[in-house]
Design a protein around this ligand. Sequence first.
Ligand SMILES: Cc1cc2nc3c(=O)[nH]c(=O)nc-3n(C[C@H](O)[C@H](O)[C@H](O)COP(=O)(O)O)c2cc1C
Length: 368
Amino acid sequence: MFFADFQSFVYRHIFKPIAFRFDPETVHDSITIAGNWIGKRKWARKIARLLWCYENPSLRQTVCGTDFPNPVGLTAGFDKDGLLVDILPDVGFGFAEIGSVTGEPCEGNSKPRLWRLPKSEALIVYFGLKNDGCEVIRERLFTKKFRIPIGVSVAKTNCQKTCDVQVGIADYVKAMEAFLDIADYITLNISCPNAFGGEPFTKPELLEQLLCATDLLHARQPIFLKMPVDLSFEEIDKLVDVALMHQVQGLILSNLTKRRDSQKINSADVVPSEKGGISGRPVFDKSNDLIEYLYKRVGDRLILIGTGGIFSAEDAYEKILRGASLVQLATGMIFQGPQLIGQINRGLVELLRRDGFNSIKEAVGKRI
Ligand SMILES: Cc1cc2nc3c(=O)[nH]c(=O)nc-3n(C[C@H](O)[C@H](O)[C@H](O)COP(=O)(O)O)c2cc1C
């Protein structure tokens, strides 16, 4: 524990002040190169594991038939191209979601497209689904033996052509097909706030068409939907009603918020553009409210995965108590360091013990 606190101190007081002087995307790309390099070397992975990983039997659970060593996963968007799958288990993650991956390679939106809001502990993201495309990423992952469950988030290529509904659906199907024999689960990302033509598949009638097409693939793995956070409960209900009619086993709650009026955005931060979605603390309460609402409504039929603004074990536990079986994060790790994953898992074990639960499963939905 003391060692993790020491690492946290070094990250926040030495590494972060230096890294935050540079362009966020450049830093992210450098971390990806370093992580990929470490992941390829057994000795380096061992050191990473010693530094960061925390294991405990009470964190294990089986969700939708897949075994998860702990409930803390990497959220989509951090490892867009599947370059980090070798190192993520040693960082301590219990699962990871790569992508979003699209049918065709995609340059994404023009730079700059990632900004920090340091006082708000948030990021503004305007990548526009930059990724190497499903064929290249499939080749990269095909021969790998995963040590934790690996999900693949798929979306439609960010270009004018896919604004046609049928072309857009074909693009999703192409991306999904590429991972049917690889991924432990597949997420349909219908809520990217930064792509050409908006978020057409957050309209119930178009989601219906998309899910009719993906049903035909008869995926052997669970399919999750990545939900928007800025819709009303009424609008969300309509999407969930459609999901329940199809092969969808879970909901990821939630994607980035486009709203600039959150109380959690510190006025000292300059919000650089109206473009982009916000991650981190400003999403925390919104995603929690959605989790609680949907757990009451469909918790017996759909698995919920909570993401948005997790910076501590208490934050992760809050999502679990409201109904999330698994949680995901990225921004918290960027602001606090890679030791955060082990700290959250260790803290979760203490919180379970404090409340008299023997496992994560027992705590899901038991808001105290
Ligand atoms: C840099 C960055 C890129 C992202 N790209 C994607 C993406 O490609 N697909 C997706 O479904 N979500 C994407 N997201 C949203 C995250 O998966 C997550 O829903 C959101 O950031 C809230 O989690 P956090 O506060 O822990 O970061 C991205 C987030 C960040 C910070």
